[in-house]
Write a protein of this length. Structure first.
Length: 197
């Protein structure tokens, strides 16, 4: 028994009027005759013939569909404005979670260094939330604040004491020795000299 090829030619059987109505509706909604022919196993010319007979060609019903779509968009915008208020006062929901609300008595509110640190943290939150454009904009904002404070980003964002303690603990467990630490180098040089004697 032979298997049919993956794209078998259209079969020649009669479809009901309801089925042709579905095909015509899909064509009017934007599907191509070739796609519909493959889906329903009919010839694309049959699709064109039935669509033309129903006066549902894209040229015939395009204006009607465009008006219906524009009306739906307008109604959705009115519903959104009624729910959220005027458009100028709304904030995109993705941006509301990036910054925590500021406390009332914040002495660092005008400090560019503190603002740079807040922008760096917000950029990190945006990256974790996969908001790439916002993360890039916030990183640029952090750089601008760092330039205003005449400090580098590394100086602005200092790790917390807990982060520093955790890093020191890990380095100690891994046996890492800082090659630029002079105090330890002097002690080791003396040990090496004692061993040579």
């Amino acid at each position: 028994m032979a298997k049919a090829p993956p794209e078998a030619p259209a079969t020649y059987f009669r479809l009901s009027d309801e089925t042709w109505a579905l095909i015509v509706e899909e064509y009017a909604n934007g599907a191509t005759a070739k796609q519909l022919g493959a889906k329903w196993k009919v010839a694309p010319n049959s699709v064109y013939r039935h669509v033309s007979a129903a006066k549902m060609t894209k040229r015939d019903c395009g204006d009607q569909r465009a008006r219906a779509h524009a009306k739906a968009v307008t109604l959705a915008a009115k519903a959104r404005d009624a729910k959220l208020g005027p458009r100028g006062e709304t904030v995109e929901p993705a941006l509301t979670t990036l910054f925590a609300p500021p406390p009332d008595d914040d002495p660092d509110a005008g400090d560019p260094g503190a603002l740079a640190k807040a922008a760096i943290l917000a950029s990190g939150r945006a990256m974790k939330g996969r908001l790439w454009a916002e993360a890039k904009a916030l990183a640029g904002l952090a750089e601008a604040y760092a330039r205003l404070s005449e400090r580098t980003i590394e100086e602005v964002y200092r790790p917390s004491p807990q982060d520093m303690a955790a890093q020191a603990f890990l380095l100690e467990k891994l046996g890492y020795r800082d090659p630029y630490d002079e105090d330890e180098d002097e002690g080791q040089d003396e040990d090496r000299g004692d061993r040579r004697r």
